[in-house]
Design a protein around this ligand. Structure first.
Ligand code: GGG
Length: 348
């Protein structure tokens, strides 16, 4: 029997509710398809930080390196500064394993009415650069406690970094509707974004696809008002993060959005997570939407080569939605557990 070792990091907040629930559904579909998932459950996250000052153990990355994939819930805690939690767990994993692609698909799922444009046919993918750009450790603070206090943060864009996401976006678009929309801000950011535009144009120009470069402010408005005009969006780390949340909300709820942090050469594990955060306002209330985690789980299964199982899992949660069973963020009344039970029922 084929066997995969996966690391499950529920993390914080509603991550602890949706990630284990999605893992149960993945187990059920694995059984149907004759393979086995062995989960190494990691109690890494903010509770650990509050106990011993670290989000994960010192050898945490080395432990993850031996697995076939990572499944993450959410990261963040109301009593800890967000940069401490994110840079203590999520971002080191992305960087250590060179997960330079952050793939965030969005579609209108069955039974869900898009928020702004009625009947909008949203079917697009945000390809976000995931290890450089605006998320940079280069910077600092000085003169604290004085009127001259300052902070600076240096964005970092490399030809290699921009080229490889642009290549992936162009290849993806070539197999879809053939449009790459590049998110830029080259009117305001005088060095980094003109460079981004140049490299993206050079790379995408080698593929049989159309390229348009759109200022991020105009693109944000278009994502809300005409989301069906977008196919593949390629974006820097920060722009891609913001835009993908916006598009998910437009398609119904940020709770349905998945995120795949991928190392395409597979020399190191990739990581899959729902886009949403920890949602402290609904923690422990059985209200969290598990669809983002389930969709991320399906992407993980596809990544490890279990395409049939990924499809069946996807059909199961889409079937539940199609039958009108929805959590509160989508206007329904189902609890997390009720939704997951319905998915499990459909997985036999
Ligand atoms: N699902 C993981 C999570 O907690 N995401 C929240 C977040 O703020 N992520 C930042 C990022 O993707 O860069």
């Amino acid at each position: 029997m084929q066997h995969y070792t996966l690391d499950l990091i529920p993390g914080d907040g509603i991550g602890k509710e949706v990630a284990p629930a999605a893992a149960r559904c993945m187990d059920a579909v694995a059984e149907q398809h004759g393979f086995q998932l062995t989960w190494r459950v990691r109690d890494w996250g903010s509770d650990r930080y509050l106990r011993d000052g670290h989000m994960m153990p010192k050898n945490g990355l080395a432990e993850l390196a031996t697995g076939d994939g990572i499944f993450l819930g959410a990261v963040g805690h109301p009593d800890i500064e967000d940069h401490v939690t994110l840079w203590g767990l999520l971002i080191p994993i992305r960087r250590a394993f060179d997960q330079y692609l952050n793939i965030r698909p969005m579609r209108v799922l069955p039974g869900i009415e898009p928020r702004v444009t009625r009947n909008a046919e949203i079917d697009m993918v945000v390809v976000r650069e995931n290890v450089e750009g605006e998320y940079s450790e280069v910077g600092g603070r000085a003169y604290s406690g004085t009127p001259y206090e300052m902070a600076f943060q240096q964005a970092l864009f490399t030809r290699r970094g921009v080229s490889r996401v642009a290549e992936y976006a162009a290849e993806l678009a070539a197999g879809r509707r053939g449009l790459v929309t590049s998110a830029t801000k080259s009117n305001g950011l005088i060095h980094s974004m003109p460079f981004w535009d140049e490299v993206v144009a050079e790379v995408v120009g080698r593929y049989p696809v159309r390229l348009e470069s759109v200022l991020i402010d105009a693109l944000a408005a278009r994502a809300v008002l005409a989301p069906n005009s977008l196919d593949v969006v390629v974006a820097s780390n920060l722009f891609g993060d913001i835009l993908s949340d916006l598009i998910a909300a437009t398609a119904g709820s940020i709770g349905i959005a998945p995120s795949a942090n991928v190392n395409p050469d597979r020399s190191k594990p990739s990581m899959f997570e729902p886009v949403h955060g920890t949602a402290p306002d609904i923690v422990g209330k059985n209200l969290a939407n598990p669809v983002g985690a389930l969709w991320a789980g399906a992407m993980l299964l596809e990544h490890i080569g279990e395409r049939g199982a990924a499809g069946q899992l996807q059909s199961a949660y889409e079937g539940v939605l199609g039958d009108g069973i929805r959590t509160r963020d989508l206007g329904g009344s189902a609890s997390t557990d009720e939704f997951v039970s319905e998915v499990l029922l459909r997985l036999g």
